[in-house]
Design a binder for this molecule. Sequence first.
Ligand code: TYD
Length: 214
Amino acid sequence: MTEASPSRGRFITLEGPEGSGKTTAARHLADWLRGRRLRVVLTQEPGGTPLGEKIRRIVLHVRGMSDDLDPRADALLYAAGRAQHVARVIRPALDRGDWVVCARYTDSSLAYQGAGYGNDLSELRRLQDFATAGLSPDLTLLLDVPVEIGLERTRRRTEWNRFEDTEGVAFFEQVRAAYLRLAAEEPDRFRVVDGSGSVSDADAAIRAIVTSLI
Ligand code: TYD
């Protein structure tokens, strides 16, 4: 985590396994930063642009296609959405001096397409570098939650997604372990936040961490 000059926008990503509370935490963080008179772009992956939203449907919600993606095709689809997102949304916002809060980014691909689906990690890292033109977050908040708790939370979801019929607890254990390894490898960029408690506990922990960036 590098020290900020007050005028420069910062790029914060939230990561974590299914049901770790990233989406809510990202929204609350963005609101809190706005309350401190910062301009904030709140966004997410897969998504964040019209192309990204189309790719999101393809990789997650089309029965017979989303659940039958070749691992390389899968990685490339996420990367294509990410490239567009960085070029059209994230980089321009940072150039304007805005803050960017993004739920999921490159670490999701390393955890899911890498540890989960078996793509080679160093190849995947090169792909992320290409897609993002080297744009790395200033801070990554890893919301860590035991798999069973996370999956229980996601049972409230209504729309079908690719994981429902195909992936079980073992897959998500691999994803979680991969995230924790990534965090240990880059302690300057990552902070691990306990996502198993209440929403307000996570919010408080995140605010304490982000305060040092402002
Ligand atoms: P999302 O709606 O963000 O759900 P949540 O964050 O609540 O789990 O779902 C995104 C899904 O896409 C999630 O299951 C992880 C997956 N994903 C990848 O496999 N690779 C990626 O690079 C990204 C951004 C997401």
